[in-house]
Design a protein around this ligand. Structure first.
Ligand SMILES: Nc1ncnc2c1ncn2[C@@H]1O[C@H](COP(=O)(O)OP(=O)(O)OP(=O)(O)O)[C@@H](O)[C@H]1O
Length: 616
């Protein structure tokens, strides 16, 4: 008897323990609670008090039923206060009925109010948790090396920050629900044992057997949840790629190919979700049908055995079944919620993966404040590779002098952008060092370094905000006048003034789209406003019309005055103005020197020079 009873109970307990293990495994997420312990505690406290009122309700219900079925026998409890409230010594049965009805009504309303407060505070707890996790992830993403983003799909990251975090929020809601339901179950079980321990044991045995059967479905759901998260990530990636790449899709007529990819990813997601739904959805209806069968059988049995033999009063029998009737869905809920929490394993894994990004991926900041370039930037035996397999730069030895213009020249893919990216520390050398005035870049405080640098690149990002804010991006506190001045120097004033709302025109996805030349002039204005000491210019490779090109050349010249300029040069006109020309080939410097000097030796630069002349 004992063994038979313990196994089903064990199974329910196992379900509960599983969820506890879930919490243990999720320390990184759980630790966030310490930042708002009060709200979480209030949510639990309200659940707890609501459960006490649930117990009171059961007692009042028994009293109520007794007043109805045997009005002449006053209801007595072990608590004096309750007996007084119930009017146990009032000789008039009707008075007792009114009293108990009133108490039942008040207690039911209080319990409902407490349940509302518990749920409300649980929701606040969940929202606060997700808010903190979102911010944690933001901090992580801002402090990892840029290389991390080369190896991570943006779709996956966005899915984690949005969908998976939302699922995790639900899991915490489930946990709170589990807590309050468990409290209720304890209250109900206590009441049942108080009424009849024999009936309680029989009921528990039958319903535990039911729970065992259902809990075996748990493991299948858990396994399937990983596939759903994976399919979700995959789908988001494909959708984002499709939207971002829509111009390329049309240009290359790859609509059918994209459709196939998109439809397949969506179908995969549906199939995996179906698998979960087929198991998860069956739990409730199956449990309900079985529970009703057991209940009906038990009522008949109890009536014939206990009531007809005078072992139990009808009022208590009714209360017992009322409680049992309420307990069954609670047990089902506990089981169902434990199963649902199992489906969240996939979500918690990806969120955890983001929270525990490998230490090696972190960007390490230096401590020396950079106050300005005094002499030079020096590359000493620098190697660099985006991955450990191949080097993109090798053995770079280069001196960039203050106040001079250094032009980087070479075929596409030679490593020009990569070399320039090492200066604002977008990447660190794999071997060797970059020094600024003799101090290794890695020892400099990065913000102080980047404050003195402006990068004007071809893929300058235009934010979804006004022209004004786009130019002022990164120059907090710039006055409107300074912004207009920068726009003017960048030769951007004319086209900005022609826009519908001038400087207040919205740009980006949700606003006006800029042409390549206009984008670049906004970028130049942005750089000008920062008044940088070091300027990194990635010249446009795409052909601009002659007017745009002239305007941009002009503004770049203005921008370059009195600064240290590193220009990734694609045009001869730029190279002619440079104080030093550096020719790169497959990641190596093959020539460096003055423009004329290099032409005279008729080496690599001379060849480029000849080629461009032929093209022109
Ligand atoms: N984020 C990245 N991850 C991995 N490899 C990269 C990355 N960026 C560039 N590379 C590789 O590094 C090499 C050098 O690229 P880089 O952009 O520095 O060349 P570049 O000389 O500036 O070319 P272009 O003139 O076409 O801009 C190329 O082989 C390129 O494929």
């Amino acid at each position: 008897m004992h063994v038979k009873l313990s196994k089903p109970v064990q199974n329910i307990l196992k379900n509960l323990v599983k969820t506890t293990k879930f919490w243990q495994e999720n320390y990184l997420i759980l630790r966030e609670f310490k930042h708002f312990p009060k709200i979480a505690a209030i949510a639990l406290l309200f659940s707890f008090i609501a459960a006490i009122f649930e117990g009171l309700n059961v007692t009042l219900l028994a009293a109520f039923l007794q007043n109805l079925t045997t009005p002449n026998v006053p209801f007595q409890t072990k608590f004096e206060l309750l007996n007084t409230l119930l009017g146990a010594d009032d000789p008039l049965p009707l008075n007792r009925l009114y009293r108990v009805s009133f108490l039942l009504f008040v207690s039911a309303w209080i319990r409902s109010g407490l349940n509302y407060l518990a749920q409300f505070y649980t929701e606040i707890t969940q929202l606060t948790l997700v808010d903190r996790l979102r911010k944690q992830i933001f901090e992580k993403l801002q402090s990892v090396k840029i290389g991390y983003f080369n190896n991570t799909k943006s779709g996956e990251l966005i899915n984690t920050i949005t969908t998976e975090l939302e699922k995790l929020k639900q899991a915490f809601g489930d946990a709170a629900f589990l807590f309050s339901r468990t409290l209720n179950a304890v209250v109900y079980l206590t009441s049942m044992f108080w009424i009849s321990w024999q009936l309680s044991i029989i009921s528990l045995m039958l319903f535990s057997l039911l729970a065992v059967g259902l809990s075996t479905l748990n493991s299948r759901v858990r396994e399937a949840s990983f596939d759903v998260t994976k399919a979700n990530n995959n789908f988001t990636s494909i959708a984002i790629e499709f939207i971002n790449g829509i111009r390329t899709v049309h240009a290359f007529s790859t609509e059918d190919f994209e459709r196939k990819r998109y439809y397949n990813a969506s179908l995969k997601l549906v199939n995996h979700s179906k698998k979960i739904a087929s198991v998860w959805m069956i739990v409730k209806p199956l449990a309900e049908a079985l529970a009703t069968t057991i209940l009906v059988a038990m009522i008949v049995l109890a009536f014939t055995v206990f009531v007809t033999k005078g072992l139990l009063q009808t009022a208590f029998l009714l209360t017992f079944f009322f409680v049992l009737f309420r307990l069954v869905p609670i047990i089902q809920d506990i089981n169902g919620v434990a199963t649902h929490i199992s489906t969240m394993y996939g979500s918690s894994e990806v969120v955890k993966k983001l929270l525990e990004i490998d230490e090696l991926q972190y960007f390490h900041n230096g401590h020396i404040e950079f106050s300005g370039l005094k002499r030079s930037i020096e590359f000493v035996s620098v190697d660099f590779g985006y991955d450990s397999e191949s080097l993109v730069l090798s053995n770079i030895r280069l001196m960039i002098e203050r106040g001079r213009m250094t032009a980087l020249v070479g075929a596409s893919g030679a490593g020009k952008t990569t070399l320039a990216d090492l200066i604002p520390r977008f990447y660190d050398p794999t071997r060797g060092h970059v020094f600024i005035d003799g101090v290794d870049l890695q020892h400099l405080e990065i913000k102080s370094l980047r404050r003195k640098i402006a990068v004007v690149s071809q893929d300058t990002f235009i934010f979804n905000t006004s022209v004004l804010n786009n130019i002022a991006y990164g120059s907090e506190g710039a006055t409107d006048e300074e912004i207009y001045k920068a726009a003017q120097l960048a030769n951007a004033l004319e086209f900005i003034q022609e826009m519908p709302e001038g400087f207040n025109t919205q740009l980006g996805d949700r606003g006006v789209r800029l042409s390549g030349g206009q984008r670049q002039r906004i970028a130049i204005a942005r750089a000008l406003l920062r008044n940088p000491e070091i300027l990194i210019l990635d010249e446009a490779t795409s052909a601009l019309d002659t007017v745009s090109e002239k305007l941009i050349q002009e503004s770049i010249e203005k921008l370059s005055v009195g600064r240290t300029v590193i220009v990734i040069a694609h045009r001869l006109s730029t190279i002619v103005r440079a104080d030093k020309v550096v020719v790169l080939e497959q990641g190596q410097i093959v020539e460096q020197g003055g423009y004329q000097e290099l032409l005279d030796i008729k080496g690599k630069l001379w060849k480029y020079h000849q080629m461009q002349h032929q093209l022109n």
